[in-house]
Design a protein around this ligand. Structure first.
Ligand code: MN3
Length: 247
């Protein structure tokens, strides 16, 4: 897949085509592997819980300090701890295996592994996709174009993503993922995610939104849509785009 892209870029530059900023150049970014089979992909999601690179109060007023603290230090820490137990019980070698590899064959493992490998991965990704509030928060023009290609417009992408998040019954996640050279929106129950071989819609997750009540209840109570509206101000599009371009 990677070599296809290299050849494509070689051919386009040999033909003297100006690739920068053209729509074709954006399309060329998508000529990459879909998920899981990219040998050169270096995951930045590790087996252990990593420190946050911002303070618990950094997401005010959209996510309150106490929610951030409990979410990170209790809920997410719990998944990380239970994952460590499952990894030990089920003899996964953390040095030679990535968490993505385990997720991609999660049906071979226990329910405990499914819930906690998913829970840990999803939260580590979630923290990285947050940053302190930005007014008129948007991706780069390039990524906006790509979203518009697959969802008609950036605004329509936001509506479709928010709908997926609102309509997820009970606890779960909404996702923007990359699969078969397209950006796709889906949602998963509990702590499942699109890397899992049991997921209805599989692909490489770029952005995930936690819609468990523990993520928003203190501030928003039953108003999940208001939490989603606030969260758009916090999306770290730089990280999302880096994730996309590295894959
Ligand atoms: Mn959570």
């Amino acid at each position: 897949m990677k070599s296809n892209r290299r050849n494509f870029l070689k051919q386009t530059s040999a033909a003297g085509v100006a690739v920068a900023f053209s729509f074709d150049a954006i399309a060329s970014l998508t000529i990459r592997s879909n998920h899981g089979d990219s040998k050169n992909y270096q995951s930045d999601i590790l087996w252990k819980q990593q420190p946050l690179n911002y303070a618990y109060n950094a997401m005010e007023t959209f996510i309150d300090t106490l929610t951030m603290e409990i979410h990170y230090s209790k809920h997410a820490a719990g998944y990380a701890k239970n994952l460590a137990d499952a990894v030990s019980d089920e003899k996964v070698n953390m040095h030679s295996t990535t968490i993505e590899q385990v997720l991609s064959e999660i049906s071979r493992y226990s329910v405990k592994m499914r819930n906690n490998a998913g829970g840990h991965f999803n939260h580590e990704l979630f923290w990285k996709t947050l940053r302190p509030p930005v007014e008129n928060n948007k991706p780069s023009d390039k990524f906006v174009k790509l979203l518009a290609r697959d969802f008609n417009s950036f605004e329509s992408f936001k509506t479709q993503f928010a709908d997926a998040a609102k309509n997820r019954f009970g606890s779960g996640w909404a996702w923007l993922l990359f699969a078969n050279n397209k950006l796709v929106i889906t949602s998963t129950p509990n702590q499942d995610n699109p890397l899992m071989n049991i997921a209805d819609t599989k692909g490489f997750p770029l952005l995930g939104l936690d819609v468990w009540e523990h993520a928003y209840y203190l501030k928003y109570q039953n108003k999940r849509p208001d939490y989603i509206t606030g969260w758009w101000n916090l999306v770290n599009w730089d990280y999302v785009e880096r994730r996309f371009s590295q894959h």
